[in-house]
Design a protein around this ligand. Sequence first.
Ligand SMILES: Nc1ncnc2c1ncn2[C@@H]1O[C@H](COP(=O)(O)OP(=O)(O)OP(=O)(O)O)[C@@H](O)[C@H]1O
Ligand SMILES: [Mg+2]
Length: 240
Amino acid sequence: MLEFKNVSYKVVDEKTGKERYILKNLNINFPENKVTVITGHNGSGKSTMIKLIMGILLPTEGEILLDGQALNSLSISERANLGISIALQQPVRFKGLTVRDLLNLASKSHNKIPDACEFLAKVGLCAKDYMDRELDDSLSGGELKRIELAISLAKSGKVMLFDEPEAGIDLWSFDSLVDVFDNLKNKTVVIVSHQRKVLESADFVLLLNGANDVKLGKKKEILPLLEKPSCRKLGGLVNG
Ligand SMILES: Nc1ncnc2c1ncn2[C@@H]1O[C@H](COP(=O)(O)OP(=O)(O)OP(=O)(O)O)[C@@H](O)[C@H]1O
Ligand SMILES: [Mg+2]
């Protein structure tokens, strides 16, 4: 079970010296082995929330736990060894490393090459065209995003975090993207998304509407809240 216990993240404005809570005193139990989609307006703290889980950022107060184990003192790689993985909103490019290198590093399987082809196929890429490509500026934004998704699938941890996986992915590929998440069984999957189709594929939805305004519930309880005008004004849903 992945838990937030009284978790806050605050920043200090460099110019004014004023403190601002991005997330404040949050207590959340992420449903185990279910897909939870985090949604909320731009700047509401969604990326911050999953960066805190991965250890890219550290809470300024409170504790994050996985199966009862406190994570705060663990590095990103120690968390990765516990089975936590992340696909970032803006994937990092690695000049000099190929798609093959990164999939091999990520995969724990012995059948690395056939599996790598399968992961690429799942995200709609043809292995023969992409295996030897470098993760440099020559890849388009959508290609890079798909490769990052394939790398996440290859890591296959017990907690899989995805930040706006649909960003840059063309609408025609949406259904197969949603299928990828549908097929992640027996994993705690946390996806940040604004997209209706991704939200509809969730088991649970976490609506972030302010630093300490979080609603987590079954999809059928939370989605109707997003249809309300006040929520639409704050970002609402994007069809596609
Ligand atoms: N170091 C920092 N200093 C000041 N403000 C920060 C800092 N880091 C993040 N923020 C602010 O925290 C807020 C939350 O950022 P975050 O990236 O988590 O938003 P988000 O919900 O993922 O938004 P989006 O939908 O646009 O991706 C934003 O207003 C951002 O400007
Ligand atoms: Mg974000």
